[in-house]
Ligand binder design. Structure first.
Ligand SMILES: [Zn+2]
Ligand SMILES: [Zn+2]
Length: 368
């Protein structure tokens, strides 16, 4: 009997250590791309080549978002005399999905438009296809697409997993459109060379549109719009600036498991960041303080800008700039919301445009 007590005690101790160890392992940041194309629509390779590229480049999840269809049913790639049946997502999952390591999400880019402008949205982890509506106006088209995707996702564990894509593509959408459409996510960065992330002399860039949309939402007590970075990859052979190649932008999601449910829950909470290369050790909000710790690469310099909207202002401001691998912002209480943008001095390889540096964007929060 005397011997048993220490055995039980050490078993309890061991269990404690193990669960503590597992807690230290999780949550971790899971790397994902949420916008890409294949031969199922206008991508230039087979879907298994797309999945392989992302799996082999350290991603944990991938949404293949071909235009106006799900990868279901019989479809052929015809090239000259050759005709090859394309693999369905269910077949790709058998080949590529591995518990805790890699996961494909059945998704679609609802490719719509009105008033000669493109209106594109992604629905993630969809069970049924969502058709474009082509309504009379951009606003009506966008709003109806959001409603239709929501309807298709109703009853799933991810009812609001909807993104508005590349708002400046074809100068299709305005900050008001983003504000009022009801979608939770949009692409603050898209790697396709035609999408005009940074705006021009006559149009605001996606970051300014993001802040304006969130001013509108915060004023109405609505959930803020959250920003992703994606590839929108179409070309998997020739890698150069000007081609829509993979590897340009992605999200890092702090999820407890590699499941659609866990990713969705974390993303809805804003517990993720968008990046073109800068990675983080941690970011956290505690009362009125936002703290960011960058996974610094030797020889690379980092600048964190805290961007927010101060009560009574009619524009967003850079509220503070911090150099180095750790950045802390203490709110004064006058900010409606604050987000962070990190810019490194490391040039982005095969960039969206020449001159880009590796960056990251942290989601807007209220600090009260
Ligand atoms: Zn698109
Ligand atoms: Zn696309």
């Amino acid at each position: 009997m005397k011997l048993r007590i220490p055995i039980i005690a050490s078993a309890i101790l061991l269990t404690g250590i193990l669960s503590g160890f597992q807690k230290n392992q999780l949550p971790r940041f899971l790397k994902g791309n949420m916008h890409t194309h294949s031969f199922w629509s206008d991508g230039n390779t087979y879907p298994e080549e797309v999945a392989r590229w992302y799996r082999d480049h350290g991603y944990q999840f991938l949404a293949i978002t071909d235009h106006n269809l799900l990868q279901k049913g019989i479809r052929y790639r015809v090239s000259g005399k050759d005709s090859v049946r394309l693999k369905e997502l269910s077949e790709l999952r058998t080949e590529f999905d591995k518990t805790g390591e890699f996961m494909l999400l059945q998704s679609e880019e609802i490719t719509d438009g009105a008033e000669k402008k493109p209106v594109h949205l992604n629905g993630f982890n969809l069970g049924t296809v969502v058709n474009p509506v082509r309504a009379a106006t951009v606003k009506e088209t966008l709003d109806t697409d959001v409603i239709n995707i929501r309807e298709a996702l109703a009853g799933t564990p991810n009812p609001e997993w909807i993104s508005v894509n590349h708002p400046n593509f074809g100068w299709g959408l305005t900050a008001n459109d983003l504000a009022q459409c009801g979608a939770r996510f949009f692409e603050v960065f898209n790697g396709h060379p035609s999408v005009r992330n940074y705006g021009d002399s006559a149009h605001p860039g996606t970051e300014t549109m993001w802040d304006e949309a969130n001013k509108w939402r915060v004023d109405r007590n609505e959930d803020m719009l959250l920003g992703t970075a994606t590839d929108d990859a179409h070309q998997y052979d020739k890698y150069s600036v000007g081609n829509a190649n993979p590897g340009r932008g992605w999200v890092m999601v702090r999820a407890e498991a590699l499941t659609p449910e866990a990713l969705y829950q974390s993303m809805m909470k804003g517990d993720f960041y968008a990046t073109t290369g800068v990675e983080l050790i941690d970011f956290s909000k505690h009362k009125n303080t936002l703290t960011i710790k960058i996974k610094a690469v030797k020889g690379v310099q980092y600048k964190t800008e805290f961007i927010g909207w101060v009560h009574g202002q009619d524009h967003p401001d850079i509220l503070a700039t911090v150099e180095g691998p750790k950045a802390v912002y203490k709110a004064s209480g006058n900010e409606l919301f604050v987000r962070a943008r990190i810019t490194s001095d490391k040039s982005k390889a095969n960039a969206y445009v020449n001159g880009d540096f590796e960056m990251a964007w942290i989601q807007p929060v209220t600090l009260r």
